[in-house]
Design a protein around this ligand. Sequence first.
Ligand code: TYM
Length: 335
Amino acid sequence: MKKILLSGVKPTGTAHIGNYFGAMKQMVDLQNSGNYQCFLFLADYHALNLIQNRDEMKKLTLELALDYLAIGLDPKKSILFKQSDISAHTELAWIFDTIVTVPYLERAHAFKDAEAKNKEINVGTFNYPVLMAADILLYDTDVVPVGQDQKQHIEYARDIALKFNHTFGPKNVEEYKDLIFKLPDSLILDTVAVVPGTDGRKMSKSYNNIIPLFATREEITKAVMSIVTDAGIGAIGTDGKVSDGKPINLYNIHKLFKAKDKLDQLYEMNKGKYKSLKDDLIEDIDAFVKPMRERREKLAKDPKKVIKILEKGAKQAKKIADKKLLEVKKAVGVL
Ligand code: TYM
């Protein structure tokens, strides 16, 4: 039996190299390893917390599907679908709502961040981890490849699985751990757990510090030129080591695209020459992105094909999700 691998991404805007190295690439690499049954879904119901415009939602969802197909997600090997096509996700989230407490959800980082910004927080944002737990647990997922920012959410999914199994699993069984829901593990690669943005903070659409994944040469140039280049003597890099005077932020982005020995040589030879280093990074990103950009342009000409892929994926996912939901409904006693 192959292990089950599942991940989700919100269609909330332009995919960036943080998404790519942090999560998207792992998905394709693991798909190609042949060791997993892979599921990837477009988390449109999660995105609805932010994208509340019909046309935009449709456009961003299709674009995200294109992004994944362009980087090599193969619908013959992986099940690609839209979250909203599988009603079991929201139905299971409701069932979980009845066993999850308010103080527990108040401890979620994403909720605390939203609260700190003093926003009027909608219930969907508050409930976000519960829907995410349903996404993961419906498919008996073993592994969830994500970036560091999602780690807590996977822990929530594990906690919710345990609580459900404990509450509704057969009482005469000592080991209730994997009875109804399997406990998933996150898969976070240390080297790309937090990909920095052009200002050194985590790359994020909301910080306006992204390098778009499918950027044109001009867009790459613009983004790279905006990378902050403080020399950072004594500064701590994302690898936790003290910098030796390198423009640490530029270096940390550059190391995603160049082997370490070549990179170190380049930075040694170009000490203080930020323009040359940036020109080199522009070349590297452009060379890296170009084939994917071209593949995406081709795919974008046939949106009907993409919609068909999503429909087929939904059919496959629905079979599995509905079966699990049936088991859950029996366990709670509504069936
Ligand atoms: P989302 O759409 O915000 O991000 C998609 C993936 O990209 C990763 N990521 C990063 N990794 C490293 N460095 C960065 N700067 C960076 N920025 C983003 C994220 O960690 C994520 O893996 N809640 C999820 C979507 C989701 C989901 C799920 C994921 C819904 N249900 C079930 C897994 C399983 C999210 O908002 O991802």
